[in-house]
Ligand binder design. Sequence first.
Ligand code: GAL
Length: 439
Amino acid sequence: MFGKKVSWFAVALLVILSMVLAACGGAAPTPAPETPTEQPVEDMPADKQQVEVFSWWTGGGEAAGLDAMIKVFGEKYPDIEFVNAAVAGGAGTNARAVLATRLQAGDAPDSWQGHAGQELIGTYVAAGQLEPLNFLYEQNGWLDVMPETLIPLISDNGNIYSVPVNIHRANVLWYNPAVLEANDLEVPTTLDDFFAAMDTLQAAGMDAPLALGEQWTTMHLFETILLSSLGADSYNQLWNGEKSWGDADVTKALEDFVKVMGYTNSDAASLSWQDASQMVVEGDAAFNIMGDWAEGFFKELGKAPMTEFGWAPVPGTAGVFQFLSDSFVLPTGAPNRDAAIAWLTVAGSKEGQDAFNPVKGSIPARSDGDKALYDEYLQSAMEDWAKDTVVGSLTHGVVANDSWKSEIDTALGLFLLDYNVDTFQSALVSACEVSGPCK
Ligand code: GAL
C-alpha cells in the first residue's frame, strides 16, 4: 500500500492508528490524535494511487470550478489519479440518492461534497459515517482562517467533520438590465415593488417574468420568500423551534409565495436551474432567484456583468446573507484514505480555494482569499458576507436535516398541485414536529 521508504513497523503503526480513528468516528469529544497524514502521499507507488471524489458538479459553470481545483491538486500530487465521480443534477438531487445507495452498500467514495450545517451534522455525522478532521485543522492552521460562524456548523462534540471550500449566497435576484430599462423599471427592493414590476411586465406581454426550474429551484425560491416575508429573526426561529410554523405571519409568507408563483413559467418542472437562469440573460424572463453559482454559469456563457445580467438581494432581504457552504468530508473507511486527505488538504488551502471559487461563482470559505482574483459580483458578495446578518439555506443543507427537508419537499410538491395554503401550513407544522425541533 505504501512506498518502499516506509518500514513495516511504520506501516503497522499506521494501520493501528487508522483502525483506532475509524472506531472513534463521530463519538469521542476529544481532539483527534496525531494521525498517519504525516505519511507523504508522494511516497505511494504511482499505479496504486487514486482518489475518488463525489460531487454533482458536471456542467453549466460548476464543472469548470471543480476542474480548476483538480488542476491545483494535480500539480501538488502528480502521483495521485483524480477519479471524478460527479453525478449530474443541480443541488445534488440525483447525486445524493446515488451516494445514499453507495453508502448503504458500503461503497463510499474517498470524499464527497456535502453542505455545512444540518445536512452534515444531522445526517452523515448522526449516522457515524464520517471521520473527524481536527488533525487537519491543526496541521494546516485552518482554525485561524475559517470563519468562526462556520465551525459550529461542521462540528459535533468538539469534532470537526468537513472542509468547507466556499460560501454561496442563496438569496440573489438575477435580472436582465435591458428588460428592466425597456419597461422603465427599477430593480425592486421590497416584495410589493417586486409584484408591481412583474405586473408591469405581464401587462407588457411577458407572461412569466420570473424564470423557474425543477422542484428544488422552487424550494429555493420558497425559502427566499419565507425569509423576505418573515425577516431574519423569525426565519431563524422557524428552524430552531422557537417559532411555530402555524403562526399568522407564516400564513402571510405562504400567501406571498403563492403570489410569486403566479409570475413563473408553466414548464418549470422540466427545466434545469441553468435553463431557468439562461432565460434571464437571453431576455426571455426579467428575473430569476437562484444561488450565486448562476454567476459562474453566466460567466461561462460569456455574459457581461451589469449589462447582460445584474444582481440584487431578493426583494425584502437586503442586509441578510442566506448562505450555504460546499464542504468535503472524509468517510470512515475511505478506500484511499491518504489520497483523500491530500484532496482535503487542497480543498482547504488558499491556493485551492482561490482557483475554485472565482470560476464557481462563490467566495472562499477562508478569510484570506486574494480579493483581486474575484470579479465585481464576488467582491460585493465578500463585502456582504462580512457585514450582513447571516442565515442558513434550507434547500442546500444548512438549517434542516435530510428527513425534515424531505418532508418539507413532499409537502411542497403537493402544494404545487393545488396551492392550498391551509394544507401546506399544517404539513409544515407536522414536519417540524416529526423531524425538526418542534415538540
Ligand atoms: C448547491 C451547491 C452549489 C451548486 C448548486 C447547484 O446545492 O451547494 O455548489 O452546485 O447546488 O447545483
